[in-house]
Structures are given as C-alpha cells and as structure tokens.
Design a protein. Structure first.
Ligand code: F6P
Length: 322
C-alpha cells in the first residue's frame, strides 16, 4: 500500500487541522497509508513521525492551530539537513509528501523534490494570502474576521475618547489583511506595502480626514509597510499631530488563532482531498488551490515565484468610502 506523509510548516493558520483531517480521510478513501510528520521540516529531519488513521482526526475540524505542530527550521535551509530529511522519508517508505504552509514551506518542498526526487504536493495554508494559484489561502478568511472583530473593539474605545488610532495587522510583506479589514472596519486610512506612500502623503491624507467631524479616526497599517509599521509611523506623525490623542494597537498573533470560519473549513476540506487526488493522479511539485470556485493545480514554483497582486479597485473603493 502506498504511504503518503503530511506536515504543516511555518506560521500556523486556522483551518490547517481541517486540511490535515481531509488529507487523512481522503487517503483512507483512496486506500493509502498516512504518516504524520510533527513540527514541519524540523520533525522531518528528526524522523518525528506518527502513524495516523481516520479516528485520530475526529473532532479537529473546528480547532485552530495544528495537531501536527509547526516550526520554522533554519537547518532545513542547509543541504545536509535536507539530505537527512529525504533519507528519513525513504526509510519510512514514503512515496509522496503533502506540505501545508506558505511560501517558505513550498520553497523547501521544491528543493526536496529537485534534490531527492520526492513527490510533493502543496496545500496553501497561511493567513497572509500571498500565494499565487489560489484566490484565498487557508486561514486568511478567519484572520480577516478575527482582525475585524478586534478593530471594531478598538473603534469603540477610539469613539469614546475621540482618538486617533493606528492599528497594525499581520501579513508579512503583503497587504491583503490590511486592505480587507480596513474596508470591513470603515478605516479612514489604510497603509499598504504594495503602495509606496511617502510620509508627507500620509500626513496630507490624514489632515483631510481629520478636518471632517468624526467621532474617531482609525488608520489600519500593514506590518510590512515601508513606513516600518504602526509604532514607527506613529513616531513620524507625532510632531505634526500632537493635538490628537494618538494611540497604537498591534493585533499580533491573535490573528493566527481561533476556530476557523466555515469558509476556511470548506476550503481546507476541498484542498485536503484534492492534494491526495493529485498524488493519486501522479502529479508532483504542484500546489492545489481554488480559483473562481474551481479547483486549480499550479506548478509549485509559480506560487511563490511571482508577487500576488492586491485588488487595486478595493484600494480606490476604500478612498471613496472613508
Ligand atoms: O506568515 C504568517 C505570519 O503570521 C506573518 O503574518 C507574520 O509576519 C509572521 O508569520 C510572524 O511569524 P512568527 O510567528 O514566527 O513571529
């Protein structure tokens, strides 16, 4: 019987458990054995393996985090680390590897495939949504909703004190979370890494916004923005906006946690199945995704090779509605 291994790697994202569950149940459906790898590539180099069966994934579809655990591994960047990983897979009789994660995870999978001929299939799991080949990545929708709910709460206190708030959201170098939560929360200004905004321009926009009578002013800042994030931006604004009682809120890792939304659970379930189906159809070095509601298979190198564009229509919309 064919053995497939599965791991989750890099920053966890809500819905990874739903994807693991779908992989294991689908493997059973196709008649494959499944080996779970704990702690991503780190666990792969240490042969931290666990045999998994259908009953092991009962009751996890609604849980955040990942039962397989995750890690970011420096050692796997070294050839020697990857040699050990490949050896462990071969010893365990693994014929194909499913990796659930973001661009770093897929870069690792590509190297394993190229250097050791390991069949790999990727499932996009990251809150950042920065991979080509899927309209959305698993965890993005949940992170959006978590950030939105948190920012709504910030808005309440901002309104009560009539304050100016800078709220920083995650996304690494991408502004997807900032853009969509900004719109969903009616932010007066959204600062994105995809748009090089000079500090003078930000000041000008902020002055325009502040001229209009409002109960509060909310600026959503992507952590990867050129200004350096919300704290740095607040320092740059402070001298000119002293009269406003400015505060900074950094949402941080709460955006990675929590129970996945229905949208993420369904996406993860579909992609978990499609990953096993791709292996069944002897595909390798590909990522499974959903584009315009349909399943799409993309060569894995393309998914992180190019920059996924944000929707600039939404950027314009945010300006009209502020
Ligand atoms: O890639 C997911 C992500 O949450 C990014 O948005 C963020 O920049 C990064 O991971 C944080 O990583 P860590 O949990 O290692 O601090």
């Amino acid at each position: 019987m064919k053995t497939i291994a599965v791991l989750t790697s890099g920053g966890d994202s809500p819905g990874m458990n739903a994807a693991v569950r779908a992989v294991i149940r689908s493997a059973g459906y196709f008649g494959y054995d499944i080996l779970g790898i704990r702690f991503g590539y780190k666990g792969l180099m240490e042969a931290d393996f666990v045999r998994l069966q259908s009953s092991d994934v009962s009751g996890i579809i609604q849980r955040g985090g990942t039962i397989l655990k995750s890690a970011r591994s420096e050692e796997f960047h070294e050839k020697e680390g990857r040699n050990r990983a490949a050896e462990n897979l071969k010893k365990a009789g693994v014929e194909a590897l499913i990796t659930i994660g973001g661009d770093g995870t897929f870069r690792g999978a590509t190297l394993l495939a190229q250097e050791h001929g390991i069949n790999t299939v990727g499932i996009p799991g990251t809150i950042d949504n920065d991979l080509i080949g899927s309209d959305e990545t698993i965890g993005y929708d949940t992170a959006l909703n978590t950030a939105m709910q948190a920012i709504d709460k910030v808005r309440d206190t901002a309104d009560a004190h009539e304050r100016l708030f800078l709220v920083e959201v995650m996304g690494r170098d991408a502004g997807f979370i900032a853009l969509e939560t900004g719109i969903a929360c009616g932010a007066e200004l959204i600062i994105l890494p995809e748009k090089l905004t000079h500090i003078e321009e930000i000041k000008e926009s902020l002055n325009k916004v502040l001229k209009v009578q409002r109960r509060s002013t909310l600026v959503v800042v992507a952590e990867g923005d050129h200004t350096g994030g919300a704290i740095e931006l607040s320092k740059k604004l402070e001298p000119d906006f002293k009269q406003y009682d400015m505060r900074v809120a950094i949402l941080g890792h709460i955006q990675r946690g929590g129970s996945p939304t229905a949208h993420d659970r369904v996406l993860a379930s579909r992609l978990g199945y499609e990953a096993v189906n791709a292996i069944h159809n002897e595909k390798s070095e590909v990522m499974v995704g959903v584009i315009n509601h349909d399943v799409k298979i993309t060569p894995i190198k393309e998914t992180f090779g190019k920059i996924k564009e944000i929707n600039f229509d939404l950027v314009e919309l945010a300006k009209v509605l502020r």
